[in-house]
Design a binder for this molecule. Structure first.
Ligand code: PHE
Ligand code: ZN
Length: 877
């Protein structure tokens, strides 16, 4: 343990900066062993600051070497300033001045992947949230916005490409023959949006003509061998640019937009102004190496980063507590974009499924926090599903409450009012209120209250009055630091279905329609619908109109009815999920009690009619056929027994597979595609249906199924089908799975991103001796501990294997803890993220939970980075 524990910072302590930086001039002299950074900051005191102290305190990490510091070109002597491990204090600063700083950094020794570092042979940067302070001393906070000019000096042969934000304004040579390039970004921005890239890169060019007729140059940079994999991302970028013009009226503002793929990256991608940097796994695509899922993900992330140009860059965050201002809104924008490009229902199902599995679990765990947190120790720990996904749900609810047109007026007002500013979530809501006249004061509690609200619905129909009364109660469970909660303003979209499957009209608050939006504001409310012709089945929370858990005592028949007849696609899927969850819960119960397992399933009937109905959208059928995941079921359990959940899933899969063997085999055959691969919605849907049918068919132990599996694995022309075949083999535990894995590796050993998929699948194999396999993978030549994708591939894969990770002797937990300890100082962000499975220890049955806790306590004894310290301490609280 450290002598002094890291301390928290609080939203309530926010004050404006004492100094501002109008202009930032940077020079980077690139050498192999180090980089000399010279900054000239044009600074002045902030008139709005109430603090009249003389000193200037700049942020800066202790791994930089300060070579010199000067004010107005006069060097400061050692007694005029002081450096600590995180700052440079200049004791006396004038009102307006130019501060010059020279620092020396060593990118090749930067394993944290924040600040300036090397990935493969290139230099690149990652500055969000607080990475810029590892490059030079600065006021590294988002409300200090500055105009940046960046000069890069380097050896032309090694670094023919040298990039920074904005436009290239000058290019020349130094006396000793080095290339000098200067970039200028005319838009004021915080330092977290700064970027620099240098290396020997290939480029693909394109153009986009904006709605006002300007021609923007688009350039995607990669290592030379990856250049043929950028076409899809380029198309996605153009679609995003067009969509943002059409849907939000937002036009791109610079003359050039650049994207660079790097292999070593902690996150998915980064929206640096005019120079986005991507994890190569989120950018590069080809049919042979990329699955349909990955294609969709690439398109969504390209869009997400592009959309940040307005929601994030032109209008940014005042402080990091407001992170969801840009992230929640931008996720909402990218979700809507993907939904417009493909299928609205499929996209919604996928997003909700993810939210309910992962964000709900976060909100029920020790790291639960409001969408706008009130405090943090390390901001990197708050790039969470709550800030991103629940944040997006908040924006979606505002959209539902305001309607399309008023929402658009609100976003126009927001961008217009705050262009060039660093603002807060309150400013966003205020713009929405001002443009629409809708009162969102109670609604704002969504930003400050953590935890997933729970709704309980009861209904009563009167045949004589033809009225339906719907009683709704809401509660939100306590979360760390928030014992009691206030009622939220919750939009409930609802329809009524007759017993013979038709949409019923009803009158609610003077309006007659088939669908209503109810506003639940109190702890309990009764909503009354009149003119309801027959006793209805309510279709509640259509489109998942609020991020809540809810209960209504549906009978099995009613769920089957909703599954086949609800006009709301999301609720059709959800009804099937609820049926499956019920059956799985009772199987889990039987397993825990040593009772014989039910070998019948009500799902069979529903699935059968889905498989036989050729009119249905194959994408929807595929989604409905997918059973709730191990992770989702864990989230729903009071006390998690991972082995019982796994056995229940395996059992139900077999029951369904055996009952519908013929139907699955026919569905498989009917959906085999012979046309050339394209990642479009129609093809993606057919492949999804075909592959889930193959999975069940293989689980039925039919020999012909195994032949089809082999055939698909060996002869597919695309990664989606090949990888699906391999995953099915691994998951179903077919005899040849190991041989297939080996074949797959040999086939793809030169494709690093495909090798990552192999690492994940290999590590996820269910086998009581699987830890040995995991250890082998971590010392395999294809593995690289410095590459976050590879670390996540193996450890993520291991986490999916119940028998390896949750082995009763605790060896899986111990192994993960060892990796956390190893990575703690080398890459704190990554180390902190891989802690997540252990942090949930309280929810596991005690024989496992206690073992997880022991590992957390062992980690706690180490000299911890702030990142890991925060997560471990909060988990043990
Ligand atoms: N701001 C990035 C995004 O959402 C995420 C990110 C955060 C990347 C921190 C790197 C570091 O789009
Ligand atoms: Zn983002």
């Amino acid at each position: 343990m450290k002598d002094s524990s890291p301390s928290a910072i609080y939203l309530k302590d926010y004050t404006v900066p004492d100094f501002l930086i109008d202009k930032t001039e940077l020079t980077f002299e690139l050498e192999e062993a180090n980089v000399l950074v010279t900054s000239r900051l044009h600074m002045r005191r902030n008139a709005l600051s109430s603090d009249k102290v003389a000193s200037l305190v700049l942020d800066g990490g202790d791994e930089m070497k300060l070579i010199g510091v000067a004010i107005d070109n006069v060097s400061l002597s050692a007694d005029e300033y002081q450096i600590t491990n995180q700052s440079l204090e200049i004791f006396s600063a004038p009102n307006e001045f130019v501060l010059t700083c020279e620092t020396l950094v060593e990118p090749q020794n930067n394993t944290r992947l924040e600040g300036l570092y090397r990935s493969s042979s290139m230099f690149c940067t990652q500055c969000e949230a607080e990475g810029f302070r590892h490059i030079t001393y600065y006021l590294d906070r988002p409300d200090v916005m500055s105009v940046f000019t960046t000069t890069i000096i380097g050896d032309e042969e090694k670094y023919p490409v040298m990039l920074s934000n904005g436009n290239e304004v000058e290019r020349g040579k130094t006396e000793d023959g080095k290339t000098v390039v200067t970039w200028h970004d005319p838009f004021k921005k915080p330092a977290y949006l700064f970027a620099l890239v240098a290396g020997n890169l290939a480029v693909q060019d394109d153009v986009f003509k904006t709605k006002s007729g300007r021609v923007v140059t688009l350039r995607i940079f990669t290592e030379h061998h990856n250049l043929e994999k950028v076409d899809y991302a380029m198309g996605a970028l153009k679609r995003s640019m067009k969509w943002d013009e059409d849907v939000y009226g937002r036009e791109y503002d610079l003359d050039i937009f650049m994207v660079v793929a790097v292999d070593d990256f902690n996150m998915g991608a980064m929206e640096n102004k005019g120079l986005n940097i991507f994890n190569s796994s989120c950018l590069l695509a080809s049919p042979e190496t990329t699955t349909d899922d990955a294609y969709l993900r690439i398109e969504a992330i390209v869009a997400h980063e592009y959309f940040h140009n307005w929601s994030g860059n032109r209008v940014t965050c005042r402080d990091w507590f407001q992170l969801s201002l840009k992230e929640g809104f931008t996720v909402f924008r990218d979700q809507t974009f993907s939904s417009d490009m493909h299928s609205e229902t499929v996209k919604r199902v996928e997003d909700v499924s993810f939210l309910r599995t992962a964000q709900f679990a976060e909100d029920a765990g020790p790291m639960a926090h409001p969408v706008r947190p009130e405090s943090f120790i390390e901001i990197s720990n708050f790039y969470t599903l709550t800030v991103y996904e629940k944040g997006s749900e908040i924006v979606r609810m505002i959209y539902t409450l305001l309607g399309e047109q008023a929402f658009r007026k609100g976003s126009d007002l927001y961008f217009d009012r705050h262009d060039g500013q660093a603002v807060t979530c309150d400013d966003f809501v205020a713009a929405m209120e001002d443009a629409s006249g809708v009162d969102l004061s109670q609604f704002k509690r969504w930003y400050s209250q953590a935890g997933t609200p729970e709704l309980l619905f009861e209904s009563k129909y009167s045949v004589t009055d033809k009225t339906l009364k719907l009683v709704v109660k809401q509660t939100t469970p306590p979360t760390p630091g928030q014992e009691s909660k206030l009622p939220l303003h919750i939009p409930i979209k609802l329809g009524l279905i007759s017993k013979d499957g038709n949409e019923l009209e009803s009158t609610y608050s003077g309006e007659t329609a088939q669908e209503h939006v109810l506003h639940l504001k109190s702890e309990e409310a009764t909503f009354e619908f009149s003119g309801v012709d027959s006793e209805p089945v309510p279709s509640i929370l259509r489109g998942f109109s609020a991020p809540v858990k809810y209960e209504y005592a549906y009978s099995t028949e009613e769920l089957l009815l909703l599954m086949s007849s609800d006009s709301d696609g999301f609720n059709r899927w959800n009804a099937a999920q609820q049926l499956a969850v019920r059956e799985l819960k009772s199987l889990i119960h039987q397993i825990k009690n040593g009772e014989p397992l039910a070998d019948q399933s009500d799902l069979v009937k529903g699935f059968k009619s889905l498989l036989l109905n050729e009119e249905l959208d194959p994408a929807m059928v595929a989604l409905i056929l997918e059973l709730p995941s191990q992770a989702y079921l864990s989230e729903l359990e009071k006390e998690i027994d991972p082995h019982a959940i796994h056995s229940a899933l395996t059992h139900l899969t077999k029951v369904i597979a055996n009952a519908l063997k013929e139907e699955f085999s026919a569905t498989y055959m009917n959906n085999v595609e012979s046309t050339v691969y394209e990642p479009n919605a129609i093809q993606i849907a057919k492949r999804a249906l075909k592959n889930i049918a193959l999975h069940y068919w293989v689980e039925s132990d039919d020999v012909t199924a195994l032949e089809s599996l082999n055939e698909q694995f060996s002869n597919s022309d695309n990664m989606t089908d090949q990888y699906a075949a391999l995953s099915i083999a691994v998951e179903a535990g077919v005899e040849k799975a190991d041989v297939m894995l080996a074949t797959f590796y040999d086939q793809w050993l030169h494709e690093s991103l495909v090798v990552n998929k192999w690492l994940t699948l290999s590590a996820s194999q269910e086998n009581v001796d699987g830890l040995k396999r995991v250890e082998e993978l971590m010392s395999h030549p294809a593995f690289d501990i410095k590459n976050p994708n590879k670390v996540r591939a193996v450890l993520g894969g291991m986490g999916r294997s119940v028998q390896v990770f949750h082995k009763e002797d605790g060896s899986g937990y111990r192994y993960l803890a060892d990796q956390i300890i190893y990575l703690n100082k080398r890459n704190p962000q990554l180390a902190s993220r891989i802690c997540t499975p252990l942090t949930r220890w309280k929810k596991y049955k005690s024989s496992l939970g206690d073992l997880m806790k022991l590992e957390l306590e062992r980690i706690q004894k180490e000299d911890l980075s702030k990142d890991v310290y925060e997560v471990i301490t909060k988990s043990l609280n």
